[in-house]
Design a protein around this ligand. Structure first.
Ligand code: COA
Length: 501
C-alpha cells in the first residue's frame, strides 16, 4: 500500500491531493479561517507557511481563529506579512504580540472553552475554510488529529470548506488517543456524560463531510518545541508551598492522598510547580487539563500519575525527542479532547478540579491579572485560566513575587487588569508562601497576602498602602489616587520601589 492509501483510507478522498501553494491560493481577501493548533501543537504547518509567503507579495487580510497559540513561527510570520485583521482566541508570539499592542491586529482574548460556542452560534465567522492537521483519514471518514484537538472538530463541522494537512512526522501511534465529542446546540443539549478523566464519550476522530474537502496537503514537520524553562530554585520553593497547602487540605479531610484531578496551566512556572509533585507523598494522581507539559510525563513515568486528559501535548525539545520516540507506552494513559470539553465548566465543577495557573500579578484583595502588562499591553491571553479558575474546586494562582530583577512587584495594591476576580480565586502562591484566601473578607485577605506572599522589599510599602486605605474606610479599602501608582512609577522610573535611588 503506498503512503497515500495508508493514511487516506477513504477512497473518495485519495485523489484530492494538492500542494500547499495551491491550497493557499484558495484563500481570498476578507476570509475567516479556522486553523488547527493549540499551544504550538497540532497546528497546520505547510499551508499557513505558503499563505504567509503569499501575504508578503500581495495585499491580503484574513481573520484567524485557532485553538490557542500556533507553532512553527506562524503567528509571527502572519504578523510580519501583515495579513491578519482579527486574531482569536489566544497567541503567544512576540511579533504577533507587538502587532496586537500597536493596534494593527484586532485580538479577541477569549475563554478557550467558549470559542466553539461562538462558531456554532454564528457569532465568530462564518468560517470560509478550516485548515486542519491530521494523522490520516479513516474508511468511515473520521479525521484523526495529531498532538492537539483544540477547536478542530467545531471548525471542521462549521467551515464551508476543508483543507487537511496530513503530517507524517507526527507519531502514528497517536491514533486512538483522541476522543471527539460534539455537545450540540445550546439549549438543546444533554448533560455531558463524562464523570472521570478516563471516560471516553465520543469518536476516535473528527467526523467530516467529505464533500467539503477541497484538498489534502502532505507535510512532514515536527511541532515547535515549547520554550519553557526547567524548574529553578524559586519555583522549587513555590512547589513546596503548594504541597504544604495540599497537605493541609488532606489533614482537614477535604482531600485524600490521591488529591483531585489536577489542571496545570501553560508556562514555565506552572510546569515547575506541577513538577514538585514528583517528590511528594501524593500518588494515584489524575490530570484533567487543557495542555500536558513536560512535568506530566515525569509524573506518568514515575507512576505518581496514572492518567492524563487534555486537549494538547506541548513539550520542550528534549522531552519531545524522548516521548515521541516511544509514544506507544503512553497510549493507554492519555486522552486528547476538544478544548470545549477539556475546559468545560460543567465537567470542571463535577470533577472538583485542583487548578493551578500562573498570574502576571495579583492585588491585595486577590484579584488576578494573567494577561495585561501594566494594564495595557497584551502578553498572551486569558487562555483556559478563566474556564478553570471560575469552576474548579480549588483555583490556585502562582507567580514569582517579583519580575524584572525585582523592579516589578507581582503583588500590587490594585491589579492593573483583572482576569480573575477576588470571587474566583482561592489560593495565591509565591516563593514566600501561600495565602489561602477562601472564606476571608477583603481586609482579612489583604493581611494574609501581605504576610505570606509579598517580596520583603515591597512588604512595608504595601502595608503602608493598606494602612492608608483602611483610614479612608470601605469594605474593600483603597486610596484611589494611589491604586495604580506602582505601575505608573515603574513606567516613569523603571521600578515600582519607592525611594529606590
Ligand atoms: N509585569 C510585567 N512583566 C511580568 C510580570 C509583571 N507583573 N510578571 C512576569 N512578567 C514577565 C516576566 O518577566 C517574563 O518576561 P520575559 O519573557 O521578558 O522574561 C514573562 O512575563 C513570563 O513570565 P514567567 O515568570 O517566565 O512566567 P511563565 O512563562 O510561567 O508565563 C504567563 C506567565 C502569565 C505569561 C503565562 O502563564 C500566561 O500567558 N498565562 C495566561 C494564560 C493561562 O494561564 N492559561 C492557563 C490555562 S493553560
Amino acid at each position: 500500500m503506498d503512503q497515500r492509501h495508508d493514511r487516506i483510507k477513504l477512497t473518495a478522498l485519495q485523489e484530492q491531493v494538492a500542494t500547499a501553494e495551491q491550497a493557499a491560493s484558495w484563500i481570498k481577501d476578507g476570509m475567516a479561517i479556522g486553523f488547527s493548533g493549540f499551544t504550538q501543537a497540532g497546528d497546520a504547518k505547510a499551508v499557513p507557511n505558503a499563505l504567509a509567503k503569499r501575504g508578503e507579495k500581495e495585499s491580503l487580510k484574513i481573520d484567524v481563529y485557532t485553538g490557542a497559540s500556533l507553532g512553527s513561527g506562524t503567528d509571527g510570520r502572519f504578523a510580519q506579512a501583515g495579513i491578519v485583521q482579527k486574531r482569536a482566541p489566544y497567541q503567544s508570539d512576540s511579533l504577533m504580540r507587538a502587532a496586537i499592542n500597536s493596534g494593527e491586529v484586532q485580538f479577541v482574548d477569549h475563554h478557550l472553552s467558549q470559542t466553539a460556542e461562538w462558531v456554532r452560534g454564528g457569532v465568530a465567522g462564518p468560517l470560509d475554510f478550516a485548515i486542519i492537521e491530521a494523522l490520516g483519514i479513516t474508511e468511515e471518514g473520521l479525521l484523526i488529529p495529531t498532538t492537539s484537538v483544540g477547536n478542530s472538530a467545531v471548525f471542521a463541522l462549521h467551515a464551508k470548506e476543508l483543507i487537511i494537512e496530513i503530517n507524517t512526522a507526527q507519531p502514528a501511534e497517536m491514533e486512538g488517543i483522541h476522543d471527539c465529542f460534539e455537545p450540540g446546540a445550546l439549549g438543546k443539549r444533554q448533560p455531558i456524560p463524562l464523570v472521570s478523566p478516563r471516560d471516553r464519550i465520543g469518536t476516535k476522530g473528527i467526523p467530516i463531510d467529505v464533500s467539503k474537502v477541497k484538498g489534502i496537503v502532505w507535510t512532514h514537520q515536527a511541532d515547535s518545541p515549547s520554550p519553557i524553562e526547567p524548574p529553578d530554585k524559586e519555583t522549587e520553593v513555590m512547589a513546596g508551598h503548594l504541597l504544604n497547602f495540599l497537605r493541609g487540605e488532606v489533614e482537614a479531610g477535604r482531600l485524600d492522598q490521591n488529591l483531585a484531578p489536577l489542571q496545570s496551566g501553560v508556562g514555565s512556572v506552572a510546569n515547575a510547580v506541577l513538577h514538585g509533585l514528583l517528590y511528594s507523598e501524593f500518588e494515584g494522581l489524575e490530570l484533567y487539563s487543557e495542555v500536558l507539559q513536560d512535568a506530566v510525563f515525569d509524573l506518568l513515568d514515575s507512576g505518581k500519575a496514572l492518567f492524563a486528559s487534555a486537549s494538547a501535548i506541548t513539550l520542550s525539545k528534549p522531552y519531545m525527542e524522548r516521548i515521541y520516540q516511544d509514544f506507544g507506552r503512553y497510549r493507554d494513559r492519555l486522552v486528547l479532547r476538544p478544548q470545549e470539553i477539556s475546559n468545560h465548566p460543567e465537567i470542571i465543577r463535577r470533577l472538583g478540579l485542583i487548578s493551578i495557573n500562573t498570574a502576571l500579578e495579583f492585588d491585595l484583595y486577590g484579584n488576578v491579572n494573567s494577561t495585561h502588562v501594566a494594564g495595557t499591553r497584551m502578553m498572551n491571553g486569558i487562555g483556559g485560566s478563566g474556564d478553570f479558575g471560575r469552576n474548579a474546586q480549588l483555583a490556585i494562582f502562582v507567580t514569582k513575587s517579583t519580575a524584572k530583577d525585582g523592579r516589578i512587584s507581582c503583588v500590587v495594591p490594585f491589579a492593573s487588569h483583572i482576569d480573575h476576580t477576588e470571587h474566583d480565586v482561592d489560593v495565591l502562591v509565591t516563593e514566600y508562601g501561600f495565602a489561602d484566601i477562601r472564606n476571608l473578607a477583603p481586609r482579612e485577605r489583604a493581611e494574609r497576602i501581605i504576610a505570606n506572599c509579598v517580596h520583603p522589599d515591597y512588604r512595608a510599602q504595601l502595608q503602608g498602602y493598606f494602612d492608608r486605605a483602611i483610614a479612608q474606610g470601605g469594605h474593600t479599602p483603597h486610596v484611589l489616587d494611589e491604586a495604580l501608582s506602582w505601575h505608573a512609577r515603574y513606567t516613569r522610573t523603571g521600578t515600582m520601589l519607592k525611594n529606590s535611588t
